[in-house]
Unconditional design. Structure first.
Length: 733
């Protein structure tokens, strides 16, 4: 028995749990509040895609109409007999099946396999395991197509009935759909939920709804609980209500939920728990909608503040079936494979966004505007706890934009503790990501970053208030790439006032970034105006006319008319097709007009613009306050005597080894001894320094120390010999 049941409704990710309930459970542990969590989505997927589940699906299916569905129905026994082996393979429990899958004689194939003509082109550099994952993913997508046509039209692997939650200003359509008979997927989900309620016997059930594609299922589950357990209290929170239900006033919502909370959930859930389990205590609420005297009211009566990030505890993934998540590879996009392939422990470096100025972002909402970083030591403590709990050492930091200074401190702490971890995160392409910082991040296990380049136009970047230029983005992406960290760029078209010329010029910038190999992955999306962004709140300043509806339920995406009159939709196919090719090194020498089936203007961007941005003259301008660290090994040392014209002096030969290469430098013995002593003092070790704010020597310290013995530190430090150590881990931060 547990007092609270935390639920993520179907569907989010297949490969790893959405972290909201794990965050909340970790917090509840600090308050000794007993809770149980479940990812209803992955449980439904595993029940549906089993031998018994598929047998039932084919029995329940309506007569297939398309030739594709007819083919799948005819092969139903083959699908039922192969499904469990495939699921075990995708769960990482049956690696040897990869050879059978890749043989072409094991999996039944329907229309999703038509794309295999391009397989060697798109996946030629991938190993057998990844090719097999992609083939197994196509196999599951074939089954998904069959389910959508013949069983449940709302089905989707990472969303369910999403259209009902997207831009639903009125509750009418969703409410009407909940009056219909339960769908096939509903039946599976509710059966699992019913069994879990009997096991856990909670007093409060909390649904975390991150996306529109989880909304219908959350309401359907709540409806079922109200019917079967009318005294049970039910709450909803999460990303969807936080952004979309801030103007809620439809009473019918509370036929399903007793409470809807906004923003950070820790304090609101604690107060709900107290109100339900300790009725003698004066009730307090924080950012909570409920029904009082048949009216929707917003209660925010408590004076208790939100918890600081240092107080919320370590996320707790217990209860979740971590061995049942499946790794899939849908498309040949290296960053998308990180999203869908492999198990990642999710953490946050900082609450909110340290920049908080972008006009396209919901910067008026607390989850963006309230910036609070977590101490690096606390973060790495949590990483170690999660590794012990889950057995997984991969981490996805789900920040809006991870702060460079904090990334630096986390990297140093990881290196200091000699942890072997793999991690990635989202960033701003800002100038603080120097070559040396990127080298440090890579040494700590960072494998990839994603960031919003948005529109590759300086005018529009300034209008967005992104705080970067295209040339600056190029330099930063080059720094990451040189360090061996993959770069994914989020790209945008259709931003207010964007001209056709700017769209084409932006594509040319993107082409050059891929041509030079300093961006490896990207994704175009069309600008969407949200109600809580500066564009949505002040549309007249950005030349758009919002198409406003009366709000009684959800309010986030806002339809609008761009005063330029440009039809940005028509660029979608050409932009995405060109990018897909660029990612595989194809078509980089094409004229841009080749990607569009309508006339476009020629680009005004010089063909070497990005290259020129990377060729800015290097000059030695290390700040005196820059911390200097050494990530390399101690060298092999040999002292020898050199003679010339009857004069002898001692020299030192130093041989440095790293994982791939070796370098040798020869300098005067006394300077070599100073260098050896210095390298040892600036190493990151357990008994050395914890953060750069403490006693780590600065460039000024090294200069002062050197010049107590020798003249002209800069001449020595920027010599070819010492500069060669940069690639081996001599960094200035």
């Amino acid at each position: 028995m547990k007092d609270l049941l935390l639920i993520t409704p179907p569907f989010t990710q297949l490969n790893t749990p959405y972290p909201a309930t794990a965050y909340l459970k970790g917090f509840l542990n600090t308050k000794n509040i007993p809770s149980y969590q479940m990812d209803l989505g992955i449980e439904v997927i595993n029940k549906l895609f089993s031998k018994e589940g598929l047998v039932d699906v084919f029995k329940a299916a309506a007569a297939p109409q398309s030739a594709n569905a007819q083919r799948i129905a005819q092969l139903h026994e083959v699908y039922s007999n192969t499904i469990e082996a495939v699921m075990l393979f995708l769960q990482g429990k049956n690696h040897t099946l990869a050879r059978q899958i890749c043989s072409g004689n094991f999996l039944p194939e329907a229309s999703r396999f038509d794309q295999l003509d391009d397989m060697e082109w798109a996946f030629g550099t991938m190993g057998m395991q990844d090719k097999a994952k992609h083939l197994a993913t196509l196999y599951l997508e074939d089954l998904s197509d069959f389910i959508i046509e013949c069983v449940d039209e709302n089905f989707g692997f990472s969303r369910y009935a999403e259209r009902l939650g997207r831009s639903a200003n009125s509750f009418d359509e969703l409410y009407a759909s909940l009056q219909y008979d339960k769908t096939y997927i509903d039946g599976i989900a509710l059966q699992i939920l019913s069994e879990r309620i009997k096991e856990v016997q909670p007093k409060l059930v909390c649904f975390s709804v991150p996306f529109p594609g989880n909304l219908y299922s959350a309401f359907r589950c709540a409806q079922f609980l109200k019917e079967q357990h009318p005294t049970l209290k039910i709450a909803m929170g999460g990303g969807f209500p936080n952004t979309e239900l801030r103007q809620l006033n439809d009473k019918r919502v509370f036929q399903f939920f007793d409470f809807i909370t906004l923003d950070d959930g820790e304090r609101p859930i604690e107060l709900l728990y107290q109100a339900i389990t300790q009725p003698a205590i004066q009730e307090e609420f924080k950012r909570t909608f409920c029904l009082v005297n048949d009216e929707v009211v917003y209660l925010n009566s408590t004076s208790k503040p939100d918890y600081k990030q240092s107080e919320v505890g370590t996320p707790d993934y217990s209860d979740l079936p971590l061995q049942q998540y499946i790794s899939v590879i849908e498309i040949a996009n290296p960053m998308h494979s990180l999203w869908s392939d492999g198990r990642w422990n999710k953490l946050t470096m900082a609450h909110g966004c340290y920049w908080g100025k972008c006009t396209l972002c919901d910067i008026s909402l607390d989850y963006i505007k309230l910036y609070e970083p977590i101490a690096a030591k606390t973060l790495v403590d949590r990483m170690e706890q999660l590794i012990e709990q889950t057995g997984e050492s991969g981490f996805h930091f789900v920040d809006e934009a991870a702060p460079p200074a904090l990334m630096r401190e986390v990297a140093l702490e990881i290196i200091r503790r000699k942890l072997t971890v793999t991690w990635w995160t989202n960033i701003r392409f800002e100038k603080n990501f120097t070559r040396d910082l990127c080298m440090l991040l890579q040494a700590s296990g960072c494998i990839a970053v994603s960031g919003g380049l948005e529109v590759a136009s300086d005018r529009l970047l300034d209008l967005i208030k992104k705080g970067v230029t295209v040339a600056q983005v190029a330099q930063v992406t080059s720094n990451f790439t040189e360090a061996g960290i993959m770069v994914h760029a989020y790209l945008m078209y259709g931003y207010p006032t964007q001209t056709v010329q700017e769209t084409i010029d932006s594509l040319e910038m993107v082409r050059q970034l891929f041509e030079l190999g300093i961006v490896q992955s990207g994704f175009w999306h069309q600008f969407a105006m949200t109600a809580h962004s500066p564009v949505g709140m002040n549309p007249e300043e950005f030349g758009v006319i919002p198409q406003l509806n009366e709000i009684s339920f959800a309010n986030n995406d806002v339809l609008f008319i761009d005063k330029t009159g440009i039809d940005h939709d028509k660029f979608s196919f050409g932009l995405k097709k060109s990018l897909f090719n660029f990612m595989h090194g194809i078509g980089l020498d094409y004229d841009l007009k080749e990607w569009f089936d309508f006339k476009i203007p020629g680009t005004t961007i010089k063909p070497n613009f990005i290259q020129s941005a990377l060729e800015t003259e290097e000059y030695f301008s290390i700040k005196p306050s820059s911390k200097v660290i050494w990530l390399g090994n101690q060298p092999e040392v040999e002292v020898f005597t050199k003679s010339k014209k009857g004069t002898s002096w001692e020299m030192m030969h130093l041989l440095f080894q790293d994982k791939k290469d070796a370098i040798e430098i020869t300098i005067e013995k006394d300077k070599g001894e100073w260098l050896l002593k210095t390298l040892n003092s600036i190493r990151i070790q357990k008994d050395n320094v914890t953060t750069l704010k403490e006693s780590q020597p600065t460039f000024a310290h090294l200069k002062a120390d050197f010049e107590t013995q020798f003249p002209d530190f800069e001449l020595f430090w920027f010599s070819k010999s010492i500069k060669s150590l940069n690639a081996f881990g001599l960094l200035h931060l």
